[in-house]
Design a protein around this ligand. Structure first.
Ligand code: ATP
Length: 375
């Protein structure tokens, strides 16, 4: 069984001066594909290395299947790891590289080992490379061999540490699909670390977002995208990033008014729907670029267009309403730079975050309408 559980996992370095992973808990179901994403230094690799047994946790527990493996040696864990730099033995052929792990981890006969390597190589489309050495291979081929070497071991769990980072953009997209297809066919539990939010969003059944060693949010990609738990997650997930406007709340009667410093935004909400907002609260209003639309000049928030960036299917309009404020609009909406236009957005698409803590004020209410449970 390839279930994986992390219980309050913590890793300190330098006598506690660096907390790389801070109390991270996670339940991964058998056969699930989990992506772990976050900015550089957030503790992704350290978490994965602890799972592989390459790093000893300072505290907390790791369970794979029914076994507590926290103190089990890396070799004795039924996991196979794929690294960014491929980690192939340069003096061994592809066949020997793939067979080596099998020799270490199974008692299969030489003939059986080679048969399994041949089958896996066929599945990966690398049979013709079996007698080559790593120096004769392209980056994409090396990563295919590294994947094959992990697959041939038939482990309970695959651990991927940014395996596609060294490949060019096109190959990355191809390999992404290939890894997903293989994982789907094999049904092996997979934990995949990346700093690329798009990779995390497209590949994972669920996505884990880390920041400063702490787990921020776990959920299906769509859920996290639609309902981020805090401003950090809102800004990290999605491209172009969510727009943020600093606003001040004032309450008169049943209505909450949210106004920005430039006094161009005057957004009204029903106070009964937002009981946690008080008079004088400073908030951050988040709106995704694709949820901003251009309206009749008299009917929306007035803003000046700074740059129009055509991306083919759509246009990105950069506006002066807030720093880096972008609207993603149809390609036939083509204002000129310096034009004043009016924009609007629906309340259902507006995210509100506490101006100090960044916590979402809209998360709880929206969680009630999200189908997949958050854990
Ligand atoms: P990246 O995307 O840059 O690889 P990451 O999210 O994988 O980053 P980690 O490599 O897990 O982050 O590192 C988390 C923190 O722990 C960082 O501050 C890093 O400098 C620190 N760290 C990691 N390994 C060690 C080590 N062996 N000794 C001291 N500090 C370490």
């Amino acid at each position: 069984m390839g279930t994986v559980t992390l219980n309050n996992l913590r890793k300190e370095f330098d006598n506690g001066q660096i907390v790389a992973v801070d109390d991270v808990s996670l339940d991964v179901a058998d056969g699930e594909f989990i992506t772990v994403v976050g900015p550089s230094g957030c503790g992704k690799s350290t978490t994965l290395r602890m799972l592989a047994g390459l790093e000893q946790p300072t505290s907390g527990r790791i369970t794979i299947g029914d076994e507590d493996v926290t103190n089990v040696h890396a070799r004795k864990r039924d996991v196979a790891m794929v690294f960014q730099n491929y980690a192939l033995y340069p003096h061994k052929t592809v066949r020997q590289n793939m067979a080596f792990g099998l020799r270490m981890s199974t008692d299969l006969s030489k003939d059986n080992r080679h048969e399994r390597v041949r089958e896996t190589a066929e599945m990966m489309g690398i049979e013709e490379l079996l007698d080559d050495r790593p120096s004769e291979l392209s980056g994409g081929q090396k990563q295919r061999v590294a994947l094959g070497r992990a697959i041939v071991r038939e482990p309970d769990v695959f651990l991927f540490d940014e395996p596609l980072s060294n490949l060019d953009a096109k190959l990355r997209t191809t390999m992404r699909t290939e890894i997903q297809r293989l994982q789907n066919d094999l049904g092996t539990t997979s934990i995949y670390v990346t700093h690329d939010q798009e990779e995390a969003m497209t590949m994972g059944d669920r996505i884990v977002i880390l920041k400063d060693g702490e787990r921020q949010q776990v959920g299906a990609p769509k859920e996290v995208y639609r309902n981020p738990i805090n401003e950090f997650v809102g800004g990290f997930v999605g491209s172009p990033s969510m727009n943020f406007i600093e606003v001040l709340a004032s309450i008169s009667g049943d209505t909450i008014r949210l106004e920005d410093d430039s006094e161009r935004l005057d957004y009204r909400l029903d106070a009964a729907d937002y009981p946690s907002i008080s008079e004088g609260d400073r908030l951050s209003l988040g709106i995704r670029p694709e949820d901003v639309y251009v309206v009749n000049i008299a009917e929306g928030i007035q803003t000046t267009v700074e740059v129009v960036e055509p991306i083919g299917s759509d246009n990105y309009l950069y506006m002066d309403l807030a720093p880096d404020f972008i609207a993603r609009v149809d390609s036939d909406v083509e204002p000129e730079p310096d034009d004043t236009i009016a924009i609007s957005f629906d309340e259902a698409d507006v995210h509100l975050f506490d101006g100090e803590t960044g916590e979402s004020l809209t998360f709880e209410e929206r969680s009630k309408t999200v189908t997949t449970p958050l854990s």
